[in-house]
Design a protein around this ligand. Structure first.
Ligand SMILES: Nc1nc2c(ncn2[C@@H]2O[C@H](COP(=O)(O)OP(=O)(O)OP(=O)(O)O)[C@@H](O)[C@H]2O)c(=O)[nH]1
Length: 336
């Protein structure tokens, strides 16, 4: 059975709607990688050193990352040799398989929740990456699953951050625990955990100030927040999610490396995948870091947050090719 058929069958049980959300969100990245690979295959026809060099360049320019690309190309070379493949057209399924291998290796998309009682999830990341938006979207997701949610406005540093969270609170119907701008974020967290416990809330989502990873005083602030939360709920925080902006490509990877080491990060959220051709960064992040990608942002609306699923990701990335193989593309896709 062909790789594409297997991939299709393996996702058959999942809703078409979710796949479509990924597909729409990944159009730019898909164009940057898949269309160029297809063009290369059609043009060169045979697999030789120049073919591999061009393929390397395509993947690097889609921000898959030099280290990852070098490893990927080496394993493709070995596979081509072992399977005695000469035709470039035969490489597509092998490339997809290798990508799934890299992405799947560290799959752990489920958010860790408290066994009973309150779950606390902390969000960290530099300014403007999409933390507040992600918290709002996740609050909506939990609510639609029937959970009660509270949000903590821990970014007391940036003017407007509290109001922005309140706007999301109103939009999704979730209360926000806040103090005035400039107050101690650890005090906000204390209030929020108390309120969450008193109200018997299921999930508390905590915003924090966007901080530079090399500012040790800001790291101290984060540690203080940890201590306050842990004193009140010993098993918390259940997740510390580092939010990264996919449009920044390699910069997102360096932030993950620096931040991940220092602040007890347990998982990643990659936002704005819809707005970039640099979605290949997710492959680099998965290959180079020991941190799971838990959620991806595929737009600005409430429902544009998805639990990361590597098979759906690769399926969406290669959707055009898969459809080209065994079913006609829809009108929409033909226009893209
Ligand atoms: N297209 C797109 N835009 C997004 C996504 N996530 C967030 N944004 C936009 O990115 C911008 C920044 O998002 P914020 O949530 O304000 O970022 P933040 O990290 O909270 O910023 P600070 O509060 O400054 O730390 C906003 O305009 C969001 O609408 C996404 O998945 N896709």
């Amino acid at each position: 059975m062909s790789f594409f058929k297997r991939l299709k069958e393996s996702i058959a049980s999942k809703t078409e709607a979710v796949t479509n959300i990924f597909k729409e969100g990944l159009v730019k990245t898909s164009k940057a990688i898949v269309e160029r690979v297809e063009e290369l295959i059609t043009r060169r026809k045979k697999i030789d050193e120049e073919f591999f060099e061009e393929l390397e360049e395509i993947l690097i320019s889609a921000d898959v990352g030099v280290n990852t690309v070098v490893g990927l190309i080496d394993s493709l070379r070995a596979e081509v040799k072992a399977r005695k493949i000469e035709e470039a057209s035969e490489l597509q399924p092998i490339l997809s398989e290798k990508l799934v291998e890299i992405l799947k290796g560290k799959d752990d998309p489920e958010l860790r929740m408290a066994e009973s009682g309150l779950t606390v999830i902390l969000f960290v990341g530099v300014n403007g990456v999409g933390k507040t938006t992600t918290i709002g979207k996740l609050a909506h997701k939990f609510k639609s699953e029937g959970k009660s949610v509270l949000m903590a406005a821990g970014d007391t540093f940036r003017a407007g951050a509290i109001e922005q969270l309140e706007v999301w609170g109103q939009r999704v119907g979730v209360d926000v625990i806040k103090q005035s701008a400039g107050s101690d974020p650890a005090a906000v967290m204390y209030d929020a955990v108390q309120a969450a416990k008193q109200r018997g809330v299921d999930v508390l989502l905590c915003d924090t100030a966007g901080r530079l990873q090399n500012k040790s005083n800001l790291m101290d602030e984060l540690n203080k927040i940890f201590r306050v939360i842990q004193r009140e709920v010993p098993s918390a925080p259940h997740e510390v999610l580092l939010v990264l902006d996919a449009t920044t490509g390699q910069n997102a990877l360096s932030q993950a490396k620096l931040f991940g080491e220092k602040s007890g990060v347990t998982g990643l959220v990659l936002t704005k995948l819809d707005g970039t051709a640099k979605g290949g960064i997710i492959i680099a992040i998965r290959n180079e870091l020991n941190l799971p990608v838990k959620l991806v942002g595929l737009g600005e609306k409430m429902n544009d947050l998805q639990v990361f699923d590597s098979e759906q990701f690769v399926h969406a990335l290669f959707a055009g090719l898969i459809q080209g193989k065994d079913e006609p593309a829809s009108e929409d896709e033909q226009q893209q």
